[in-house]
Design a protein around this ligand. Structure first.
Ligand SMILES: Nc1ncnc2c1ncn2[C@@H]1O[C@H](COP(=O)(O)OP(=O)(O)OP(=O)(O)O)[C@@H](O)[C@H]1O
Ligand SMILES: [Mg+2]
Length: 285
């Protein structure tokens, strides 16, 4: 479904970006609807961070346009609607978690005060670490503080550049729950990631970038295509290529009618990972 214009949080139209002789983006069009969670996948160097930085106004596109909530990316109003977690970020190591958030409340002009900071730290599982200095935090804790920082001021659009790269499974669980919470608040999210299974679980829609172009786009369920049905009979398993779940009763009935004994049936679906590898030509991301 294409979102109506007034509900679109982010629109990129034919965005191109060249750095010298390097083409980082070669005409990318992408939309993030209001309250939608879109995953941006692609191998190293595909252009994911470049697109995110253009949406923030940190990088100017060479061609095309990007709008945030109907305003040109980079303008004051557009910036005011965004929360951003950069891919490689560093907070001053002497600051406590709470002080980092105070700083970002000032930068974002948020009047949320101590209650906002406490709520955000709790949201990312750092409530007990409010007075812990950045230098004493693990990488994963810093990354969760980074996510809290991006949420200061209650942005309408959250741009997260690999927010779970340093997180252990428990930390990823926290972020997954957080995505659910953001969904109920109606916050839109553009999420860059290499963790296909994570993206598959949390995103409404996925776009796969390769060499600066969107090569595949769709809902995770639609990108995981059926591959066939495997039936276990005496003497081994038989593969019925192209068959789907709906074909199973007929196939089993036919086998039984012809005197076969059926021990099991398994519907095979390609995973998002297989679709991804196909889309990017086997390149590893
Ligand atoms: N400031 C820059 N100057 C020159 N080239 C750049 C710059 N930033 C990015 N590039 C180039 O643009 C291309 C896209 O880079 P980008 O960082 O957007 O990729 P990415 O998809 O985020 O990759 P990764 O998965 O490694 O984070 C790469 O070829 C990169 O080398
Ligand atoms: Mg990147």
């Amino acid at each position: 479904m294409t979102p109506s214009p007034d509900s679109v949080a982010l629109v990129a139209r034919g965005v191109g970006k060249t750095y010298g002789r390097t083409t980082a983006l070669g005409g990318v069009s992408l939309e993030v609807g209001h309250g939608e969670l879109v995953g941006l996948l692609g191998p190293n160097g595909a252009g994911k961070s470049t697109l995110t930085k253009i949406a923030c106004g940190l990088v100017r596109p060479t061609s095309g346009t990007v709008e945030v909530g109907g305003r040109p990316a980079g303008t004051r109003t557009a910036r005011g609607m965004i929360g951003y977690l950069a891919e490689l970020f560093r907070f001053p190591r002497w600051m406590t978690a709470d002080e980092v958030l105070v700083l970002h409340q000032r930068l974002a002009g948020s009047g949320g005060a101590a209650s906002e900071r406490a709520e955000l730290l709790a949201l990312v599982g750092l409530f007990a670490a409010a007075s812990t200095r950045v230098e004493a935090m693990s990488k994963g804790m810093q990354q969760r503080l980074g996510i809290a920082q991006a949420l200061v001021g209650g942005p309408r659009l959250l741009l997260l550049d690999e927010p779970t790269s340093a997180l252990d499974p428990a930390g990823r669980g926290i972020v997954r729950e957080l995505m659910g919470e953001l969904r109920t608040r109606g916050t839109s999210v553009l999420l860059n990631s290499h963790l296909l299974s994570e993206v598959e679980r949390v995103c409404d829609r996925v776009a796969i970038l390769n060499e600066g172009r969107v090569v595949t786009e769709g809902r995770p369920a639609d990108l995981s295509r059926p591959r066939g049905v495997e039936i276990e009979v005496d003497g081994g398993t038989r593969l019925y290529e192209g068959a789907t779940r709906e074909d199973v009763p007929r196939i089993v009935a036919e086998l039984v009618a012809s005197g076969e004994r059926v021990y099991g049936a398994r519907v095979l679906a390609s995973t998002l990972e297989e679709t991804y590898l196909e889309a990017v030509g086997g390149a590893t991301g």
